[in-house]
Design a protein. Structure first.
Length: 54
């Protein structure tokens, strides 16, 4: 049985737009950190705050 994609994977595979990612990312917290790692989670949190431009 395959596991469902987390919210960051959905964004990276373009299943959701950046705005949806921003709306959802804050509610995932520790669960998402455990799935994708702190560095990846931190990048997207910082990006949502405007620290990264891409």
């Amino acid at each position: 049985m395959e596991s469902a994609m987390n919210i960051i994977q959905q964004y990276e595979w373009r299943y959701i737009c950046y705005e949806e990612l921003l709306e959802e990312i804050w509610g995932y917290g520790q669960q998402l950190i455990n799935q994708v790692g702190l560095e990846c989670f931190t990048f997207y949190v910082e990006a949502s705050a405007g620290y990264h431009s891409f």
